[in-house]
Design a protein around this ligand. Structure first.
Ligand SMILES: C[S@@+](CC[C@H](N)C(=O)[O-])C[C@H]1O[C@@H](n2cnc3c(N)ncnc32)[C@H](O)[C@@H]1O
Length: 287
């Protein structure tokens, strides 16, 4: 198991907190202070996160654990705050029902991806993960539709012209994305790849953060992993709080957020991937 120590690193509106989310939320995050929560917890499917195995003694124990952090996260949100929750397909129904008593669930999103790996042969392999988009107040919340527009696929080869207008104009071909998001998973050869079993793509977090927050807002991720949420929040001019249990991933966060060059006297460097190892001069730190 990882140490149960708590430590906080802070720079320019970004906090990286090492610790158990349940404790860190109590100690470091004031109630009613956060604009947007993105929570991607361990899924209870037996993945190994550095030193911690993602497996609870029973489904009920896992659900109770989820209810505890969910309740804390809701308390941390401002009255007009929003929350996105990820979970394994088999666990999401419990979280969905639990959350309905505290928030309004506006969208049930399917993050869909393809896989080149061998898939199930005796049933339909899972190629999606569910995401809930919930708000505290269904009448007052941030949703920047214009910031996340995508091309509406009409099937037409040429742009359609609206001749009913006083001056014929090209039809608006942009739309707000629907609730099925086709975004590739992070692959070993992608620039953004980090050594973590369930790193989420920056493209996914970009859509979430652009839609549901404004520049300067505070974004909180209680299970930060590779700190994708904080990294994207910083790129988009938001503030962030990222909590993570494993020291190894805290180092990833500090490096990705450019908050430190060294950790406990050792330079923070991204591990070279196999294809990067030949012909590499000394790689500068922080990348
Ligand atoms: C699904 S991963 C998050 C991945 C992340 N969204 C990313 O893009 O890299 C869940 C993370 O939660 C961390 N974790 C597990 N239990 C925790 C706890 N009690 N408090 C804080 N972090 C925890 C794990 O170490 C793991 O890195």
């Amino acid at each position: 198991m990882a140490d149960s120590v708590m430590e906080i690193f802070e720079l320019d509106g970004h906090q990286v907190i090492q610790g158990d989310a349940l404790d860190a939320l109590d100690v470091y995050v004031p109630d009613g202070s956060v604009d947007l929560v993105f929570a991607d917890p361990p899924y209870n499917i037996g993945k190994v996160f550095n030193e911690t195995k993602d497996k609870w003694p029973s489904d009920e124990a896992y659900q109770q654990w989820c209810y505890t952090w969910l309740e804390k996260c809701v308390a941390k949100l401002k009255p007009d705050g929003s929350m996105y929750i990820m979970a394994a397909t088999q666990n999401m129904p419990y979280l969905d029902i639990y959350l309905r008593s505290m928030m309004t669930i506006l969208s049930r999103i399917v993050w869909s991806y393809d896989s080149s790996g061998v898939q199930a042969r005796r049933f339909y392999g899972s190629l999606y993960e569910p995401i809930l988009f919930c708000v505290k107040d269904k009448n007052v919340y941030t949703f920047n539709a214009d910031a996340i527009m995508v091309e509406a696929k009409t099937g037409a080869k040429r742009k359609l012209i609206d001749y009913r207008k006083p001056v014929p104009t090209v039809y608006n071909s942009k739309k707000v994305p629907g609730n099925v998001w086709n975004i590739p998973r992070v692959r070993y050869r992608m620039d953004e790849y980090e050594n973590h079993p369930s790193q989420k793509p920056t493209a996914l977090l970009e859509r979430v953060i652009l839609a549901s927050s404004n520049p300067g807002d505070l974004i909180m991720d209680p299970f930060s992993g590779t700190f994708t949420t904080s990294y994207v929040a910083k790129e988009l001019g938001r503030r962030s709080i990222g909590i993570e249990l494993e020291e190894e991933y805290i180092k990833t966060g500090l490096r990705r957020l450019r908050m430190a060059n060294d950790y406990k006297g050792n330079p923070l460097r991204r591990e070279l991937r196999s294809f990067e190892k030949c012909h590499q001069p000394d790689i500068p730190s922080l990348f």
